[in-house]
Design a protein around this ligand. Sequence first.
Ligand code: ATP
Length: 314
Amino acid sequence: PVDVVTLGETMALVAATTTGSFAVGAPARISFGGAETNVAIGLSRLGHSATWIGRLGADPLGHLVKDALRGEGVDVSHVRTDTEVPTGLMLREHRTADRVRVSYYRRGLAGSRLAPADVDTDLVAAARVLHVSGITPALSESARAAVHTAVDAARAVGVPVSFDFNYRAALWSVTEAGAAFRELVAAADLVFAGDEEAAMVVPAGSVEEVAKELAALGPAQVVLKRGAAGAYAVVDGESFTEPALAVSLIDPVGAGDAFVAGYLSATLDGLDPAQRLRRGNVCGAFAVSVAGDWEGLPRRSELATMDATENVAR
Ligand code: ATP
């Protein structure tokens, strides 16, 4: 049995390594990313077993993603190769020093064709946690159905469901997403959201009010990710707050997924809520202070490096 099963879309990435518009001959870095594989990699690096369910194309980018995940120790035996369409792709320009522009080539492509038949319900039912994100139900009708197949399989046997809002404005409206998220919050045991995302489902208010309202919909644990302000949680009716770590911001993308990996890891380790928030914050700090969506995620032996008072360890 696996610690965490997750499912979703992962795309290849071409990221400019210099500032400005894409141009012929400009240097770029090839990688990949997707919220759920970011979480799976984070968990694997922390020593947990993680299975990612998703679709990739039968093309070089599909191989790149699968090989890299395998290299990270993520179980890819449930990844389906879709021979009809290619792997999705993201292009990231560092348009100016402060503005990143991401273009997506995903509609109708492999990742978005995830379907209920791709979900091994026995695998989900044997996991310690099922993790899903709010991106997947926005991709296609079949992807949305796949999320529900997995969630239903988990709930049927009491496997805790973890749900991260991950609202993507380019994919659907606040109204549409809000309705879908409300359903998933009610089905989840553990919910992650940003303050603004939470207000898509419950009335806007203070952090405490919003978290309490979300918890009232059912989940035993509600965690609000608050960027440089750290994180706040309501766990079994009790509230906890932990500050973020002071680090240099290099690349904010992936911080949320890193946080989720850290929080889930501490939960699997049986740590208390404050320690779960702390490990989430540490992983978020690693993610924002290294370039790449997931490349900076810590291994278990590195978690304590954020406590060091010296910049150089030797
Ligand atoms: P994204 O969608 O960009 O991946 P998010 O909006 O889901 O991120 P954030 O709240 O921005 O999530 O960040 C998640 C966590 O990462 C925070 O709770 C915090 O622990 C850490 N973090 C984010 N930004 C910073 C920062 N500037 N300094 C230190 N830690 C940070």
